[in-house]
Design a binder for this molecule. Structure first.
Ligand SMILES: Cc1cc2nc3c(=O)[nH]c(=O)nc-3n(C[C@H](O)[C@H](O)[C@H](O)COP(=O)(O)OP(=O)(O)OC[C@H]3O[C@@H](n4cnc5c(N)ncnc54)[C@H](O)[C@@H]3O)c2cc1C
Length: 384
C-alpha cells in the first residue's frame, strides 16, 4: 500500500514550518506534527525579534544562503501580507581585530556587500545612543535589521495550510521507524506512514536524534527588555540600528530598536554565555543578578538603555561544538529521513532558505545550495 503522505515534518517551529510551506508549495502531500500549539514560546522561535545581517562574521560560507534568505523573506511578506522583516540597518561594534568586526569585514569584502566602516566618533555621531571607546570601530550594514519570529512561523504555517498541508498540533511524535520504502511515525493518537520524514526538533534534538551522535549542548538564554532613560524615542526603528557589540574579553551583547511602542522598551541579550539546560528542566525565571549583569554590560556602551528593567524571557539555543548547523539526509537512514538541527543561536535569519533546502533534500536527495559546512559527519562522535 502506498504511504498516506509523501513527507511528514516533525516539529513546526522555525525550520519545520518553513519546510512544510516549501514542501506543500511543490504539490506533495505533507503532514506536519507539532508537540505544542502553533507559534509557541517553549522552544527557540519566540521573543518578538531576531537580528538579520549579511556581513557574516561566523563564516563567509553563509553569505550565499543569506542572499537567498533575504529574497525569500521578501516573498513571504508579499505572499502573506505579514510584517516579517524590518531592515533598519545594523552595526557590528568592537576593536578592529575582534571577531565581530574583522569577521564581518571579511565577509563583506569577499562577497562585495554594501558596508561602511565607522570610527568611534562617527558611530556616536550617527547613533547618539551608542558610546563606543576611542579604540572601537563599527561595520555599518544598511541591509541588516530585524525579523519577527512569531510572524514568520505564522506566515509559513499559513502558506503550508493554504497549499494543502495537514498540520496537527499538541501531537508529539513518540517514535518513528523505517517502514517499507519510507517511515512509520507514531504519536499518542495515531500512526502515520510517509515516503520521507523531515526532523526539525530544535532543543529536543538530543532526545530525538541520538543516533546522529552529534554532541548538542542545549543552553538557557535570556532576552531582556529595558525602558531607556529619556524614553524610547531615540531607539525608534527609523533612527536606531540593530547592533552586536564585542568587548575586549570576546563577550558579545546584541540589541534592537524599540519596536513595541513607547512602553515596550528595547530588547537586548548576550550572544552565547548561556547555561546548560534541557527543555524539561529549564529555569524560566530571570533572576536579579542576571539583570544586573546585563545592565553592567550595557552601562558603558548604551548609557541610557538600562534605565528600567521591564521583563526577561528565556529561550533555548541548540549548539553544536563548532556552532555550525546540521542539515543533511540522516546518515543512518539516508533514503527516508532528513534532519535540520543544531542552529546554535544564529539560525533564524536562515529560516526560509532552510525550508527550501529541506524540501530539496526530502524530495530530490540533494540541493544546489552550499550546505557542505552542515554535514553531521564533521562533528559526530565515534560509535559506542
Ligand atoms: C534568545 C534567542 C535569540 C536568538 N537570536 C537570534 C538572532 O538574533 N538571529 C538569528 O538568526 N537567530 C537567533 N536565534 C536562533 C534561532 O531563533 C533558532 O536557531 C531557530 O529559532 C531554531 O528553529 P528550530 O526550528 O530549530 O527550533 P524551534 O523553533 O524551537 O522548533 C522546534 C519545534 O519542534 C517541536 N518538537 C520537538 N519535539 C517534538 C516532537 N517529539 N513531536 C513534535 N514536535 C516536536 C517543538 O515543539 C518546536 O516547535 C536566537 C535564539 C534564541 C533562543
Amino acid at each position: 500500500m502506498a504511504p498516506a503522505y509523501d513527507v511528514i515534518v516533525l516539529g513546526l517551529g522555525g525550520m519545520g514550518s518553513a519546510a512544510a510551506a516549501h514542501l506543500a508549495a511543490r504539490g506533495v502531500r505533507v503532514l506536519g506534527l507539532e508537540k505544542f500549539g502553533p507559534v509557541h514560546s517553549r522552544g527557540s522561535s519566540h521573543g518578538g525579534s531576531r537580528v538579520t545581517r549579511q556581513s557574516y562574521f561566523e563564516d563567509p560560507a553563509y553569505v550565499p544562503l543569506l542572499l537567498r534568505a533575504y529574497e525569500l523573506y521578501e516573498r513571504l511578506e508579499r505572499d502573506t501580507g505579514r510584517d516579517v522583516a524590518t531592515l533598519c540597518g545594523g552595526v557590528m561594534v568592537g576593536r578592529p581585530e575582534s571577531r565581530t568586526v574583522a569577521g564581518s569585514l571579511r565577509s563583506a569584502q569577499q562577497w562585495d556587500l554594501p558596508h561602511e566602516m565607522l570610527d568611534a566618533k562617527e558611530l556616536h555621531r550617527r547613533f547618539p545612543t551608542l558610546t563606543p571607546a576611542d579604540d572601537e570601530v563599527a561595520l555599518y550594514e544598511v541591509r541588516a535589521g530585524l525579523l519577527r519570529p512569531e510572524n514568520t512561523v505564522a506566515a509559513h504555517l499559513q502558506l503550508a495550510a493554504r497549499d494543502g498541508a495537514e498540520l496537527r498540533y499538541e501531537e508529539p511524535v513518540t517514535r518513528w521507524e523505517p517502514y517499507r520504502d519510507g517511515v512509520r511515525v507514531h504519536t499518542a493518537e495515531d500512526t502515520y506512514t510517509a515516503g520521507h520524514l523531515v526532523i526539525c526538533p530544535g532543543a529536543w534534538a538530543p532526545q530525538l536524534l541520538t543516533d546522529l551522535r552529534v554532541p548538542f549542548s542545549i543552553e538557557r538564554q535570556i532576552m531582556y527588555w529595558f525602558r531607556p532613560d529619556g524614553g524610547t524615542g531615540p531607539f525608534s526603528p527609523e533612527r536606531h540600528p540593530v547592533y552586536i557589540w564585542e568587548d575586549t574579553a570576546g563577550v558579545q551583547v546584541y540589541g534592537f530598536p524599540a519596536i513595541d511602542g513607547p512602553d515596550g522598551g528595547a530588547k537586548v541579550a548576550f550572544f552565547r554565555k548561556g547555561t546548560p539546560c534541557t527543555p524539561e528542566t529549564i529555569d524560566r525565571t530571570v533572576h536579579d543578578h542576571e539583570v544586573r549583569a546585563m545592565a553592567d554590560q550595557l552601562a558603558p556602551r548604551l548609557p541610557t538603555l538600562p534605565g528600567t528593567f521591564l521583563k526577561g524571557v528565556t529561550c533555548m539555543y541548540s549548539t553544536t561544538p563548532d556552532e555550525h548547523f546540521v542539515i543533511a539526509r540522516h546518515p543512518s537512514h539516508a533514503d527516508a529521513v532528513t534532519v535540520a538541527c543544531g542552529f546554535s543561536g544564529h539560525g533564524f535569519k536562515f529560516v526560509p532558505v532552510v525550508g527550501e533546502i529541506l524540501a530539496d533534500l526530502a524530495l530530490d536527495g540533494t540541493t544546489h545550495h552550499p550546505i557542505e559546512l552542515f554535514d553531521p559527519g564533521r562533528i559526530a562522535t565515534a560509535p559506542a
